[in-house]
Design a protein around this ligand. Structure first.
Ligand code: KIV
Ligand code: NA
Length: 258
């Protein structure tokens, strides 16, 4: 059965919501067959599939290209696409135009937008246009140039209050859900309590309404260091390299093709 934004809303308080990223046709099929609730074409596309060091270089065209590939897998999961760097800081007209294209050209069914109170208020226009929005607060990787790095949010009482206010602003602007990244666990639980829409966490502990993971982290496909909150459910990278090395050996030894 097709998962809709209504399905996601209704899961709050019932059972945890499962969100996974995907960037192309194959990863979308994997996520679909695994039965996740939502697929996110995240701008983590930049760090994973495109080899950039942050999400800053990811363009609207890149998001459209990859979202359309994911959509071709016809996932039963709800398909969400990230609004990339700086778009939400432009005029409301431009933001609306990009979101419209993510749905009409990219095949997304909802969008995710990083932002605090001001952006949340601006996004009321997006929701009113019929485009379901998920807000994204806490660590907002698109702010990395201002932050000078990545850190956890909501440790102090003052910052906790700011995050609760931001969450309420997203709820009031008509967002159907809220993503919270790298957030103090108690703060994330307090935000989840404070609003009626579901919260999806990453590095935000157990007290959220759902979890999101980057597929290359979950599958163990990345080289090098993993974020502390990520869990490698399998080490596919070593399995894949071993298989491909065997291919190379068999060709060189004239064992393949038989
Ligand atoms: O781009 C992404 O993958 C994300 C998740 C980390 C939440 O925004
Ligand atoms: Na993102």
């Amino acid at each position: 059965m097709k998962t809709t934004t209504q399905t996601i809303r209704q899961l709050k308080g019932k059972r945890p919501i499962v969100v996974l990223t995907a960037y192309d046709f194959i990863t979308a099929q994997l996520a679909t067959e695994a039965g996740v609730d939502m697929i996110l074409v995240g701008d983590s596309l930049g760090n994973t599939a495109l080899g950039y060091e942050s999400t800053i270089p990811v363009t609207v065209d890149a998001m459209l290209h990859h979202c359309a590939a994911v959509a071709r897998a016809k996932p039963s999961a709800l398909l969400m696409c990230d609004v990339p760097f700086a778009v939400a800081g432009h005029s409301t007209d431009y933001l609306l135009d990009v979101c419209t294209r993510l749905l009409q050209v990219g095949g997304a069914e909802c969008v995710k937008i990083e932002g605090g109170k001001l952006i949340a208020e601006k996004c009321a226009s997006v929701a009113q246009a019929g485009i379901p929005v998920m807000g994204h607060i806490g660590l907002k990787p698109q702010d990395v140039l201002q932050l000078g790095g990545y850190r956890k949010f909501g440790k102090s009482a003052a910052e906790r209050q700011i995050l609760i206010d931001e969450a309420r602003a997203w709820e009031q602007s008509g967002a159907f859900a809220l993503l919270m990244e790298m957030m103090d666990f108690e703060t994330a639980a307090a935000v989840t309590e404070a609003i009626s829409i579901p919260t999806i966490g990453i590095g935000a502990g157990q007290g959220t309404d759902g979890q999101v993971l980057v597929i290359s982290d979950a599958l163990g496909l990345n080289a090098g260091k993993y974020p502390g909150f990520a869990k490698k459910f399998v080490d596919l990278r070593s399995i894949a390299v071993e298989a491909l090395a065997q291919y190379a050996t068999e060709v060189r030894e004239r064992k393949f093709p038989e």
